[in-house]
Design a protein around this ligand. Structure first.
Ligand code: M6R
Length: 612
């Protein structure tokens, strides 16, 4: 996720672009840049680091020009660096582009351009767009609509998701904006127009906006906007008046970043999955991943907190799908014991931030002992990504709320892809099963969306239960792992005492704590263990505990024994965690609100634990 903006009007563009980028910084903050056009061509200033670094750079400089585009980046292709920062230009420097999204076929386009002697200077997918426009604009003889036609030809060649703002020295009266699967809005001003990835960036200029639809292109002039639909036909789109308050708008209308990020999950899962599926086959664009398990005899996974819970799910999944032994350890434990490591172990490290001190220390220990390191991380260019031998990126976009949500589900998605690929290579998954698994994964983003539409049910349940003194989560197998993650979510933001246990352990101790002030949430998606789970739930109810069961849609066996049942869409049993965690995230969120807390900033906690 990145933030893009563009301005055309009578005012100086640079301060307006910086102001807009400030409002978009939540979408990405590892680098930022602007390009402003005047009679001498483009002035481009871009730099690695937060927007404040760019601002500092511009402090003693006046950049004149009343047309410009800007970008705040969350790296996906190419690590954060000055060169990889946007805007990107073509070889002539006459065309500049900013981009939010992923160009899935950029490698083949890059090779095509390189075969025509185009020299690339960045590692980004975006740079291909600038060069391709330059290539196709040569065919247009600088006609009135030459830039538009060149852009249309380029779009026909792009696969993936993108919101683009494009400017060209030969067309100084316009910005071209394009939207496909990435958001873009146009703010309509008086004698000026401004585009941005999100409404907050527009609000200090105008509250009249056009929401671009997928596939649309807008040609933005200072005093009017021309719009074309995906078929290339001119369309007139309605102008909406936005009356949101500015602060709410920064969270996309959600009251908290955490709720926004819970809702981001459908898109984040799709962004993590889609670029890795080609013709029903899992293909990792990241170098070395395919070979990383060659000759592996064991997998060791370490992480902290939520990422550790993803690792536990990973253990079940790798063992089931790829029949390989897996050991999971908390990074802070691993680093201080004397682990027995095999030379043929593959060491997977999971971390949203890629900067967690214990996780880095565990990785370094494994590296020193000669293991191959595969990092699953959300932050391109993080320490973990730089030091690992191979990296697989979650494409969750920036996660602002301290409680991790979309990072977790995208970590699971990465682990599923790895386990499926490995299971296939090791001969444990046949053609038909493989196809079915891939189809099931492809349905997950829309199933997550469907599930999120039922958030009111969880909100109502939370309003009845938020004052419970103790909340326990139980489950078996992957459901136990989800219990652990659910309990962590609830305790960190609602400050409720909550624990998770493997349901089979109930009688070995935890049941002593169950009374009428206890809520027990059971995650039940493993059908072959339903009978045992039903007995566990009965044991809870007979001691006065309230009970909620999270299970599959259409499953009727729990209604007679549980107080409440919350249904999730059906998928393969081993993929259930990616969906069953969503109601638990919502439950924690609403309990936090109802208890008067700020779920985005829980007491005593930091987003990234970079010290021991
Ligand atoms: O950035 P990391 O994934 O390495 O962070 C690990 C934990 O600190 C993190 O998951 C933490 O437990 C979250 N606050 C949980 O919501």
């Amino acid at each position: 996720m990145c933030g893009i903006t563009g301005y055309i009007g009578d005012s100086q563009a640079a301060p307006i672009l910086i102001g807009a980028l400030k409002k978009l910084e939540y979408r990405g903050y590892d680098s930022a840049g602007i390009a402003v056009l005047n009679e001498d061509g483009f002035t481009i200033r871009k730099t690695k680091g937060q927007l404040s670094v760019l601002e500092k750079k511009l402090e003693n400089e006046t950049i004149s020009g009343s047309l410009g585009i800007g970008h705040t980046r969350w790296a996906t292709h190419g690590e954060p660096s000055d060169i990889n920062s946007h805007p990107h230009t073509d070889v002539s420097g006459r065309i500049t582009v900013v981009h939010n999204g992923i160009i899935e076929n950029y490698l083949s386009l890059k090779e095509w351009l390189q075969a025509r002697d185009v020299v690339f200077i960045s590692d980004t997918d975006t740079e291909v767009i600038a060069h391709l426009i330059n290539y196709h604009i040569q065919e247009e003889a600088r006609e009135k609509h030459g830039l538009l036609r060149a852009v249309q030809k380029v779009l026909a060649r792009l696969e993936g998701s993108y919101a683009l703002a494009i400017a060209a020295t030969d067309y100084p009266d316009r910005i071209i904006a394009v939207r496909k699967d990435s958001p873009l809005v146009i703010g309509i001003g008086r004698g000026e127009n401004i585009i941005a990835s999100d409404i907050p960036a527009l609000l200090s200029h105008t509250r009249d906006v056009i929401y671009m639809e997928d596939g649309e292109i807008a040609v933005i002039y200072r005093d009017h906007v021309e719009m074309l639909n995906a078929a290339g036909d001119r369309v007139i789109r309605p102008v909406f008046h936005v009356d949101w308050d500015a602060e709410a708008a920064e969270k996309g209308g959600y009251t908290h970043f955490m709720l926004k990020e819970i809702h981001d999950q459908a898109a984040a899962l799709s962004d993590t999955l889609r670029p890795r599926l080609k013709d029903n086959e899992i293909v990792f664009e990241e170098p070395g991943i395919d070979e990383s398990f060659e000759g592996a005899e064991r997998i060791v996974i370490t992480a902290c907190g939520t990422a550790w819970h993803a690792a536990i799910v990973g253990k079940y999944v790798f063992e089931q799908l790829a029949r390989i032994p897996v050991e999971v350890d908390i990074a802070s434990e691993y680093r201080y014991r004397n682990p027995v490591q095999g030379r043929n172990d593959v060491f997977i490290v999971i971390s949203q931030s890629g900067e967690t001190a214990d996780t880095l220390a565990a990785m370094r220990l494994a590296k020193k002992n000669g293991n191959r390191i595969l990092a699953v991380t959300n932050v391109v260019g993080s320490t973990l990504a730089r030091e690992a031998d191979m990296k697989l990126y979650t494409r969750a976009g920036p996660e602002i709320a301290v409680a991790s949500t979309k990072a977790f589900t995208t970590q699971l998605m990465c682990l599923y892809l790895l386990a499926l690929k490995l299971g296939r290579r090791r001969g444990f998954i046949g053609d038909e099963d493989y196809k079915e698994y891939i189809q099931a994964l492809s349905r997950i983003p829309s199933q997550a969306e469907k599930l999120l539409a039922k958030q009111d049910l969880i909100q109502r349940f939370a309003s009845q239960q938020f004052n419970k003194a103790k909340v326990f989560f139980m489950g078996r197998q992957v459901d136990y792992a989800i219990g652990l993650e659910s309990a962590l979510k609830l305790k960190e933001i609602s400050y409720t005492h909550s624990e998770a246990f493997a349901a089979g352990e109930l009688k070995h101790g935890p049941i002593a704590l169950v009374d009428k002030n206890t809520l027990v949430v059971t995650v039940a998606t493993q059908k072959r263990l339903f009978d045992k789970i039903i007995s566990n739930i009965r044991e809870i109810s007979s001691r006065g505990g309230a009970s909620l069961v999270i299970t599959w849609e259409g499953e009727t066996v729990f209604a007679p024994v549980a107080g409440e049942v919350f249904a999730i869409p059906r998928t393969e049993d081993c993929f259930s965690p990616i969906l069953s965690i969503i109601p638990a995230q919502l439950f924690a969120y609403y309990c936090s609100i109802l208890r008067g807390n700020n779920p985005d900033k829980p007491r005593n906690l930091a987003k990234s634990v970079t010290v021991e």
